[in-house]
Ligand binder design. Structure first.
Ligand code: GDP
Ligand code: IMO
Ligand code: MG
Length: 424
C-alpha cells in the first residue's frame, strides 16, 4: 500500500497532469484536494489531448475511484460540462464521487472575481476569473454554501437568499453592476443537484476505507507551492492550500498516512498572472521557451511568462512539501536552447541568499546567480532509458538534484503519457 501526493513546485502548469496520469495507473483511488476550475491538467494519450479542470485525472483509467475532496471549490456548471465532455470521449464516469463538505462556486463569486480584479487596476492579480477567491473567502467567512446544501432545497434557498442580500448590495452599490436574481440561481442549481446527487457523499468514509484495506491512493495537487495561499508569493497566489499539507485538510486524512510526495517541475520556469519572477526572461529567450514549450494556458489560453529554472524555489518547495522525489518535465524543450542558465541562489545586498523572502519588494529585488550549461542538439523525445541521455542533459539534471537536495525519479521528454524516463 502507498499513499502518494503529486504537487507543483513552481507557479503551476509544471505538467502535474502527466505524472498524476502515470501514477494513477497503479492507484485504486485518485483524489483532488484543493483549488477548483482554475486548474488545467493536460494529459495526452495516443495523440488525444484531455484537459482536466475539476475531475481527477485518474478518471482516464478505467475502474479507478475518483474523488473531489472537501478542500475543492466546485463550480457545478463547469463540473457537469466537463463530465459531459469526457463521457463524449468515451470516459466512464460511474466511479466519480464528490465530497458533501466541498463548497460551491456561485454565479456571484464569478462576477465578484471579475469586478474585484477590475477594481484592483494595475495591482490586479491576474486571476483566472473562475470565482476561486470569492468562494474561498465565503468559506472562511462562514457564508459559503456546500454540496450537502444542494441536497436540502429549503436550506439551499435560505442560504442563497441570505448571501444575495449582502452580495447584491456590493455588486450594485460598490460596483454599479446588475444584481442577481435568487430564483434564477435556485432553479439553475437545483438542476445541478439532480444531475450530481448520486455522487455527493461523505468522501472521508470512502478514503479511510481504502486506507484500511491497504489500497493505493493518489492525491492530485492543483496549482503549486508558489501559488499556495500561505507559502506562495502572496498576494499573487491562489486562495487554497496547494502544498502537500493541503491534503490533510482538503481530503480528511492525517499526515502520518502519507508515504511519498512527488514534486513536479519544469526544466525552466513559467508563470501566468502577475507578480515578481526573478528568473523571468522578458526577451527573445523567454519567447523561444514559450514557443518551444507551447506555453499557453490550458484554462485561459494566456501566453505564459517564461524564464530559467530557479533552484532556490525548488529547494524551498522540497522543504515545504516534504518532497521525496522530483519529476522534471520539458527536458526535450530546454535542450534546444543552446546555452542554458540555472539559478543557484539570489544576490541580495551584495550577499548570496538561499531562501524566498516573504516581502514582495525584497523578492522583486533578488537577482539570480546563474550557472551555465551547454544544451544538446539531439532529439531526446524517443529516449526511455536514462543511460541514453546526452552527457550535457545528465550534467544539468545532476546539478538540479544537488541544488534541490532531492533525487529525480521521472524525466519528461515529451507530452505523451509514454514520453517519460524512470530513473532506476
Ligand atoms: P499541470 O497544470 O501541472 O498539469 O500542467 P499543464 O497541463 O497546465 O501544462 C503542462 C504542459 O506541458 C502541457 O501542455 C503538457 O502537455 C506539456 N508537457 C508536460 N510534460 C512535457 C514534457 O516533458 N515535454 C513537453 N514538450 N511537453 C510537456
Ligand atoms: P494548475 O493546476 C497556473 C494563477 C492565476 C493567477 C493566480 C490566482 O493548472 O497548475 P485564481 O483564479 O486561482 O484566483 O488566480 O493563480 N493560477 C494558476 N497558474 N496553473 C494553475 O493551475 C493555476 N491556478 C491559478 O493565473 O495568477
Ligand atoms: Mg495547468
Amino acid at each position: 500500500m502507498a499513499v502518494r501526493v503529486v504537487i507543483g513546485t513552481q507557479w503551476g502548469d509544471e505538467g502535474k497532469g502527466k505524472y498524476i496520469d502515470i501514477l494513477a495507473g497503479k492507484a485504486d483511488v485518485v483524489v483532488r484536494y484543493s483549488g477548483g476550475s482554475n486548474a488545467g491538467h493536460t494529459v495526452v494519450v495516443n495523440g488525444l489531448k484531455y484537459a482536466l479542470s475539476l475531475i481527477p485525472t485518474g478518471i482516464l483509467h478505467r475502474g479507478k475511484t475518483c474523488v473531489i475532496g472537501n478542500g475543492v471549490v466546485i463550480d457545478p456548471a463547469v463540473l457537469t460540462a466537463e463530465m459531459k465532455e469526457l463521457e463524449g470521449k468515451g470516459v466512464d464516469m460511474s466511479r466519480l464521487f464528490i465530497s458533501d463538505r466541498a463548497h460551491l462556486i456561485m454565479p456571484y463569486h464569478k462576477a465578484l472575481d471579475e469586478l474585484q480584479e477590475k477594481a484592483r487596476g494595475d495591482a490586479r492579480l491576474g486571476t483566472t476569473k473562475r470565482g476561486i477567491g470569492p468562494a474561498y473567502s465565503d468559506k472562511t467567512a462562514r457564508d459559503g454554501i456546500r454540496m450537502c446544501d444542494l441536497l436540502e432545497k429549503d436550506v439551499f434557498v435560505k442560504k442563497v437568499k441570505a448571501n444575495l442580500k449582502i452580495k447584491n448590495k456590493i455588486i450594485s452599490y460598490a460596483y454599479g453592476e446588475k444584481a442577481f436574481d435568487a430564483d434564477k440561481i435556485i432553479e439553475e442549481y437545483m438542476g445541478y443537484a439532480e444531475a450530481l446527487k448520486e455522487r455527493i457523499t461523505d468522501t472521508t468514509v470512502l478514503i479511510h476505507k481504502a486506507i484500511d484495506e491497504g489500497r493505493e491512493i493518489l492525491f492530485e495537487g492543483a496549482q503549486a507551492t508558489m501559488l499556495d495561499l500561505d507559502f506562495g508569493s502572496f498576494p499573487y497566489v491562489t486562495s487554497s492550500s496547494a502544498v502537500a499539507g493541503g491534503v490533510c485538510i482538503g481530503a480528511g486524512i492525517g499526515p502520518t498516512c502519507i508515504d511519498e510526495v512527488y514534486g513536479v517541475l519544469k526544466a525552466y520556469t513559467s508563470r501566468v498572472g502577475a507578480g515578481p519572477f526573478p528568473t523571468e526572461q522578458d526577451n527573445e529567450t523567454g519567447d523561444r521557451i514559450r514557443e518551444l514549450g507551447g506555453e499557453y494556458g490550458t484554462v485561459t489560453g494566456r501566453p505564459r511568462r517564461c524564464g530559467w529554472l530557479d533552484t532556490v524555489m525548488i529547494r524551498y518547495a522540497a522543504r515545504i512539501n516534504g518532497i521525496t522525489w522530483l519529476a522534471i518535465n520539458h527536458l526535450d524543450t530546454i535542450g534546444k536552447l543552446g546555452t542554458i542558465k540555472l539559478c543557484r541562489a539570489y544576490m541580495k545586498n551584495g550577499k548570496e541568499i538561499n531562501r524566498i523572502p516573504a516581502s514582495l519588494t525584497e523578492f522583486a529585488r533578488c537577482k539570480p546567480v546563474y550557472e551555465e550549461f551547454e544544451g544538446w542538439d539531439e532529439d531526446i523525445s524517443g529516449i526511455r532509458d536514462y543511460r541514453d541521455l546526452p552527457g550535457n542533459a545528465k550534467k544539468y539534471l545532476k546539478r538540479i538534484e544537488e541544488l534541490a537536495g532531492v533525487r529525480i525519479k521521472y524525466i519528461g521528454v515529451g507530452r505523451e503519457r509514454e514520453q517519460v524516463i524512470t530513473v532506476e
